[in-house]
Design a protein around this ligand. Structure first.
Ligand code: SF4
Length: 298
């Protein structure tokens, strides 16, 4: 792709909450690409990682200014657009904000990348207009993160969360129900609740582990975790167990000013609300679901 393309390149994946946002692609694919539970970029036909040039991205923003002149929010992808480097990221963010008076600019981010950046660069990102990062916490349990080759530790996430708060950038955590499997689900939820309680993110978004096969209608390979399942080193959580994980997590976190959302269609139960206001209703909704006969839960 050159700077002369007539349509902007699109990120392969975006958070559901960014459905109205301008979508700007700074990098392609995922540089890390090792998480056992993921493999989603290769699966969706983007196996290779590359960084786009600042000129290419600015050209896309020019194209978007004609296609979506009234956009109010913007999102940078793919999996870790901060891999472009803090200075190019800030240059692009500044360029976008000069053209679009967006109320919010967000991006996906890996904790390990932000950890490398340090406070000064993270503060510079905020000054350039980055308001929020969508960050994959996945689990707060160190051994579960290690098993899944996430490349981050709970301590690293906590440090990064403190830097983001210092800079005034909102945190939107993603938590994967089922990541501990049937054998470690209680540790998974207890440790995840601890990280949430300590970091007090503005958002916690829940998904369930998606064990896609190589027959999901898309050309790519199966979820890498299938290898572990076949080897007997990971036992997938049941649907009911997944909902019980959600219940335990909501019951274990403090009364935080945190918005919780099951905002992905793959969730079995779609509760959402503020922890410090809506927890009771969310738990009641989950309990109603669990009280249904199994055949009526679909
Ligand atoms: S979970 Fe994120 S960091 Fe891990 S492989 Fe998938 S896209 Fe990359």
């Amino acid at each position: 792709m050159t700077a002369r393309n007539h349509l902007p390149e699109m990120p392969v994946i975006r958070p559901p909450s960014e459905w109205r946002s301008l979508l700007v692609r700074l990098t392609r694919g995922c540089k890390w690409n090792r998480c056992r539970f993921c493999g989603i970029y290769p699966h969706l036909g983007a196996p290779d990682f590359s960084v786009r040039t600042v000129d290419e991205v600015k050209h896309d923003i020019d194209l978007l200014s004609r296609l979506r002149p009234r956009a109010e929010t913007a999102f940078f992808g793919d999996a870790d657009p901060l891999e472009i480097g803090p200075e190019p990221f800030c240059e692009i963010a500044g360029y976008l904000r000069r053209i679009f008076p967006v109320k919010r600019l967000t991006c996906y981010a890996r904790a390990s990348t932000l950890f490398r950046f340090g406070q000064e660069s993270i503060t510079a990102l905020a000054r350039a207009g980055l308001n929020r990062v969508h960050l994959g916490l996945e689990s707060g349990d160190a051994s579960i993160l290690r098993f899944h080759r996430k490349g981050q530790s709970p301590a690293m996430v906590k440090k990064v969360a403190a830097r983001l708060k210092e800079a005034g950038i909102e945190i939107s955590f993603y938590v994967l129900l089922g990541l501990g499997g049937r054998d470690h689900w209680q540790e998974h939820i207890a440790a995840t609740a601890r990280v949430i309680n300590e970091t007090k993110p503005q958002f916690v978004r829940l998904r369930r582990l998606w064990l896609y096969g190589d027959d999901s209608g898309i050309a790519g390979a199966e979820c890498p975790l299938w290898q572990e399942i076949r080897a007997g080193t990971f036992v997938p959580q049941s649907p009911e167990g997944t909902v019980r994980e959600l219940r335990l997590l909501l019951a274990s976190v403090d009364d935080l000013a945190t918005f919780v959302a099951c905002d992905h269609e793959n969730n079995y139960v779609h509760v959402s609300g503020m922890l410090n206001e809506d927890r009771k209703e969310m738990l009641a909704e989950i309990d109603s679901f669990l009280a249904l006969p199994a055949a009526e839960r679909d």
